[in-house]
Ligand binder design. Structure first.
Ligand code: ATP
Length: 865
C-alpha cells in the first residue's frame, strides 16, 4: 500500500513519530536513517578549476602562444616573465572570484527558506534543510512545501503544484485516505516539495526528503540554472567587444609599422599582442561582479539581503518606490483604541478603567478572540499583529485566552485572505455551531441582514448601516485600522464561502498602528533624491490617507484612491492617471501589477514591496521586487530580488543609496582602467607616428595591466559611500554607463598621463632608447597608480579629506609603488623586466612627472566644475 492509501494513525506509527512530532533525539536518528533534506547541487568549481579558467581568455591564450614561440626562438627570459605575470594575474583573479563567491554564498544562507515544524509538541522554526522524515510540518498560505508528505489535518488548503505537474491552477487538498492507486495530481492527501500553499492551512507528516522527493527525482533539471549577467555587465561586455575590435585594428597598424621599420616579426608580434592586452579592458565584467558582491555584503549588514545581483544595479536607478503600509511604513504594533457596539462608540479612556460598559462588549471581545489565530508562547506574541492586538485587548479585561478557546472549541474555519478581506471560524457556543466572521467594514457591511443591540437581534436598517459607516469614517480619519465583527448560527459544522452572508452585526474594533519613526525622514530623502514614494495597501482608503499624510507621501496635488478606481481605466489612461496618485487603498494583487507596469511604461524603474502569496507576480514584474523578511511569505521572498530583514521602508531607501553608490564606484573603477589603458595607446601611437623606438617592452605593458592596475580598480570599487548621491535625480533606466562626457574624460585623462609618460621618455632618450623605455614604463606605471586618486571624484579633491578616506586605495598605491621600485632598483630584476639602472635625478623626475599628472587632472576637474 502507498502512503496516501494508509490511514493517518497507521502512517504516523510507521514513521515512528506521534502527533507531537519527533523529539530532538528521534529527529537525529531519522536524519541518520533517511538522510537530510537537501537536493544535491551540481558540484561547485574547485579553486584549481577557477584558477585554470583565468587562462581561458582569448588574449591570454595568444600571449601564452607568443611566449612559447619566443622561447623557441631563444628569448627564454621574455617567456618566463610573461609566464610569471600571467600566473600572478590568474592568482589575483582566483582570489577575487573566491571572495565574491563567498560573499554571495553567505547571502544565500541568510535568505534560506524556513519551515514551521512541531517537535516535542512545540512549534519551532527550522531551516527547511533540517526537516527530517517523520517531522510534522505546519503550512499556511504563502509557504513553500519543504518535503513530500501525507496531510494529517487540513483547513481548506489549496496548493500550486505547477513546479511538478505544470498545472498552474491550485489544487484543493484533503486529509482523508485515498483508496485507489492514483497519479500524482490526484493524490489529494499528499503534498510535494517545491509546490506552495496558495490558500488555507494544513499540517503534514514528512514521508520523503531530499533527493527521494518527487522534485529530487527531477532535480538534475533544476541544477542547470546559471547566474545571469546583470544589464551593466552585458552593456560592458558589448562595449568591450566593440572596443576590442578597434584596439585590434590599432594593434595591426602598429604591427605593420614595426614590420615596415624592419623589426623582427616575433618582436613586433609580441609587442602588438602586449599592446592589445594592455588596451583591452577584459577585467571590466569581473570587476563589476566583485564590486556588486561586496556591495551586497554592506547592504546585508544594513538589513537588505540582495537575492539577485541585478537588484543592486536596479536599486541605483529606482525612480518609484511602491510600498505596503502595514509594517513597512508603520510599526505593525497595533493597539485597540476604540470600539463600537450597540450604536455607541467607546474610546480607550473608558476602556482604561478595565471595566466593560455594555453587556454586548463581552461578546464582541469573546468573538474577537475566537475568530483569531494569534497565540502567546512564553511571552512571545505569534501571529498577525491585528489579531495579537485583539488578544491583548481581551487580556486587559483579564480574559484567559487559552481557556476561552478550549471552552468554545473551533470546529471549522475559512482562513483570512487579503483578497476577500474576511476570516471566519465556527465555534461551539452553548451547543450551537456559531460562525464568527471578522474583516474589513466595507466588505462586511454588504453581507449584513441583522444587527444585535441591547434590544436583541433585529433587522438592520439603512440608518444603522449609516451609523456604522460614520463610525468607521471617524476612526479611519484618525488613521485607525477598523475591523467589523459579525456572526450567525449554522446548521452543520462544515463551512463554505457562501456562508459568509446573511450575518448579524455585532460591533467594530479600531486600532492604532503608528508610523515607524524613521518613515518620515526616509520619505523626505526619497523625494529629495527624485524618487516618487507611493503607498499601496489593503487597508481602508481614509486610514491609509491619514497615515500617508502624516509621513509625507500624500502631498498637495496628489490623491488617494481605491484600487477599484483603476479597474475602469485602460492601460493608456492609467499611464496618465498614476502620476497624480500617491495612495492606493484596498488594492488586489492584480492592481499592483498594473500600477507597476504603468510606471514602467513611462520609463521608470520601479521598486515594489509585497508579502503575500499573491504578490509574487507583482514582485517579479517590478524592477526590484522587495519582500518582507519577518512577515513575508516564503513565496514572496522567493519571487523578490531583495528581502528586508527588518520589513522597514527606510531600509529600501538606504538600499537605494547603496545601489547608487555601488554604481558610482563601478564607474570610478571603469574610468580608472579605461583612462589608464588609453594612456598606453596614446603613447604607443605617438611613438609609432613619430618613428621613435617603441616606448614599452611587452613585459612592461603586461606588468602594469595585469599586476599594478587591478588592485586600485577594486579599491575604487570599495570607495567610501557618500550620502551626496541622494541629492541627485535617479539616473535614467536605459542610460549607458559610457556617456559622451564619460568617454571624453577617459580620452582626456589618458592623454595627460600619456604626455607625462612621453616627457619622461624624451628625457631618457637623451641618454639612449633603453633608458627612454625604462623611464616611460616607470612613469606610466606610477602615474596610473596616482591616477587612482583622480578617479575618486569628478570634482577636484586634492585638498579635501576625500583624498585620504580610502585605505584600500592607499594600500593598492603602496603595493604598486613597492613593486615598480623593486623592478627599478633590485639589480637582478633589471634584465628580466627589460629596464636599465636609473640615476637619482631620473628617478626623481619620474616621481615628479607622476605627481604633475595628479595636479593637472585635478586642475582640469576644478576648472570644469
Ligand atoms: P498592507 O497591504 O499595507 O500590508 P494591510 O495589512 O492592511 O495593508 P491586508 O492584510 O490585505 O492589508 O488587509 C486588508 C484588510 O483586511 C484590512 O484593512 C482589514 O480590514 C482586514 N483584515 C486584516 N487582517 C485581518 C484579519 N486577521 N482578520 C480579518 N480581517 C483582517
Amino acid at each position: 500500500m502507498l502512503e496516501y492509501q494508509k490511514d493517518k494513525e497507521e502512517i504516523i506509527r510507521e514513521f515512528g513519530t506521534s502527533w507531537k512530532g519527533h523529539s530532538e533525539e528521534q529527529a537525529k536518528e531519522a536524519r541518520k536513517k533517511y538522510g537530510s533534506n537537501e537536493l544535491v547541487e551540481l558540484k561547485k568549481k574547485t579553486v584549481v578549476q577557477i584558477f585554470l579558467e583565468q587562462f581561458k581568455d582569448f588574449l591570454v591564450i595568444i600571449l601564452i602562444i607568443s611566449a612559447i614561440i619566443a622561447a623557441f626562438l631563444g628569448d627564454l627570459e621574455s617567456s618566463i616573465v610573461i609566464g610569471v605575470v600571467i600566473t600572478m594575474n590568474a592568482i589575483l583573479g582566483t582570489v577575487q572570484q573566491k571572495k565574491a563567491e563567498k560573499s554571495l554564498n553567505s547571502l544565500k544562507q541568510l535568505a534560506a527558506p524556513i519551515a514551521k515544524v512541531i517537535r516535542n509538541g512545540e512549534t519551532v522554526l527550522l531551516p527547511s534543510k533540517e526537516v527530517v522524515v517523520g517531522d510534522i510540518v505546519m503550512l499556511e498560505a504563502g509557504d513553500y512545501i519543504c518535503a513530500d508528505g501525507r496531510i494529517l489535518d487540513n483547513a481548506s488548503m489549496k496548493v500550486n503544484e505547477s513546479a511538478l505537474t505544470g498545472e498552474s491552477i491550485s489544487v484543493e487538498k484533503e486529509d482523508i485516505t485515498v483508496e485507489k492507486e492514483v497519479p500524482l495530481g490526484d493524490q489529494k492527501n499528499m503534498v510535494f516539495q517545491g509546490s506552495y500553499v496558495t490558500y488555507g492551512r494544513a499540517t503534514f507528516l514528512v514521508t520523503r526528503v531530499g533527493m527521494m522527493t518527487e522534485v529530487g527525482k527531477i532535480a538534475n533539471l533544476l541544477n542547470n540554472a546559471t547566474e545571469k549577467k546583470t544589464p551593466l555587465q552585458k552593456n560592458l561586455d558589448d562595449f568591450g567587444k566593440k572596443l576590442s575590435i578597434l584596439i585590434l585594428i590599432i594593434c595591426a597598424i602598429v604591427f605593420g609599422i614595426s614590420m615596415f621599420r624592419g623589426e623582427a616579426v616575433v618582436d613586433a608580434f609580441l609587442f602588438a599582442v602586449a599592446l592589445a592586452v594592455a588596451a583591452i579592458p577584459e577585467a571590466l565584467s569581473s570587476i563589476v561582479t566583485i564590486v556588486l558582491a561586496f556591495g551586497t555584503q554592506k547592504m546585508a549588514k544594513e538589513h537588505a539581503i540582495v537575492r539577485k545581483l541585478q537588484a543592486v544595479e536596479g536599486l541605483g536607478s529606482v525612480s518609484v518606490i511602491c510600498s505596503d503600509k502595514t509594517g513597512t511604513l508603520t510599526q505593525n504594533k497595533m493597539t485597540v483604541m476604540n470600539y463600537y457596539v450597540n450604536n455607541n462608540d467607546y474610546n480607550k479612556d473608558i476602556l482604561d478603567n478595565g471595566r466593560l460598559v455594555e453587556k454586548l462588549d463581552n461578546k464582541l471581545i469573546l468573538y474577537s478572540v475566537l475568530c483569531n489565530d494569534s497565540t502567546n508562547k512564553g511571552g512571545v506574541e505569534i501571529g498577525d499583529p491585528t489579531e495579537v492586538a485583539l488578544c491583548n485587548f481581551a487580556k486587559t479585561f483579564r480574559m484567559d485566552i487559552t481557556k476561552t478557546r478550549e471552552t468554545y472549541t473551533r470546529v471549522a474555519e475559512i482562513p483570512f485572505d487579503s483578497d476577500r478581506k474576511l476570516m471566519s471560524t465556527v465555534n461551539m457556543i452553548s451547543s450551537e455551531k456559531r460562525m464568527i466572521t471578522k474583516g474589513a467594514v466595507d466588505v462586511l457591511l454588504d453581507r449584513l441582514n441583522y444587527i444585535e443591540t441591547e434590544a436583541g437581534v433585529v433587522n438592520i436598517t439603512s440608518a444603522d448601516k449609516q451609523r456604522i459607516q460614520l463610525a468607521n469614517l471617524q476612526y479611519s480619519e484618525d488613521g485607525l485600522r477598523v475591523l467589523a465583527i459579525a456572526y450567525k448560527t449554522l446548521d452543520n459544522a462544515s463551512v463554505s464561502l457562501d456562508d459568509e452572508n446573511d450575518l448579524i452585526f455585532l460591533g467594530l474594533i479600531a486600532m492604532m498602528d503608528p508610523p515607524r519613526e524613521e518613515s518620515k525622514e526616509a520619505v523626505r530623502k526619497c523625494i529629495e533624491a527624485g524618487i516618487r514614494p507611493i503607498m499601496i495597501t489593503g487597508d481602508h482608503k481614509i486610514t491609509a490617507a491619514a497615515i500617508a499624510k502624516e509621513i509625507g507621501i500624500l502631498t498637495e496635488g496628489t490623491i488617494a484612491v481605491e484600487g477599484s478606481a483603476i479597474d475602469e481605466l485602460d492601460d493608456e489612461e492609467l499611464k496618465t492617471f498614476v502620476e497624480q496618485v500617491s495612495v492606493y487603498a484596498r488594492v488586489s494583487p492584480e492592481h499592483k501589477i498594473r500600477i507597476v507596469k504603468a510606471w514602467q511604461d513611462k520609463g521608470n524603474v520601479v521598486a515594489m514591496t509585497g508579502d503575500g502569496v499573491n504578490d509574487a507576480p507583482a514582485l517579479k514584474q517590478a524592477d526590484v521586487g522587495v519582500a518582507m523578511g519577518i512577515t513575508g511569505t516564503e513565496v514572496s521572498k522567493d519571487a523578490a530580488a531583495m528581502v528586508l530583514t527588518d520589513d522597514n521602508f527606510a531600509t529600501i531607501v538606504k538600499a537605494v543609496e547603496n545601489g547608487r553608490n555601488v554604481y558610482l564606484n563601478i564607474k570610478k573603477a571603469i574610468k580608472f582602467l579605461l583612462s589608464g589603458n588609453m594612456a598606453a595607446i596614446w603613447a604607443v601611437m605617438y611613438a609609432s607616428i613619430m618613428a621613435l623606438p617603441v616606448p614599452f617592452a611587452p613585459v612592461h605593458l603586461l606588468f602594469i595591466n595585469l599586476l599594478t592596475d587591478s588592485l586600485p580598480a577594486i579599491a575604487l570599487g570599495l570607495d567610501p559611500h557618500t550620502d551626496l548621491v541622494m541629492k541627485d535625480k535617479p539616473r535614467r533606466a536605459n542610460e549607458s554607463i559610457l556617456t559622451k562626457n564619460f568617454l571624453i574624460d577617459i580620452l582626456e585623462e589618458g592623454f595627460v598621463i600619456a604626455c607625462m609618460t612621453m616627457t619622461a621618455y624624451y628625457f631618457g632618450y637623451q641618454v639612449d632608447a633603453a633608458t627612454a623605455s625604462t623611464m616611460a614604463f616607470a612613469t606610466l606605471c606610477l602615474s596610473r597608480l596616482v591616477h587612482g586618486f583622480n578617479c575618486k571624484s569628478d570634482r577636484a579633491i586634492l585638498f579635501s579629506k576625500r583624498i585620504v578616506d580610502n585605505k584600500f586605495l592607499w594600500g593598492a598605491f603602496g603595493l604598486g609603488f613597492l613593486l615598480i621600485n623593486g623592478v627599478l632598483l633590485i639589480p637582478g630584476l633589471a634584465s628580466v623586466f627589460k629596464v636599465t639602472a636609473l640615476t637619482v635625478t631620473q628617478l626623481l623626475l619620474i616621481y615628479g612627472l607622476s605627481l604633475v599628472n595628479l595636479f593637472i587632472i585635478q586642475l582640469i576637474k576644478w576648472i570644469k566644475n
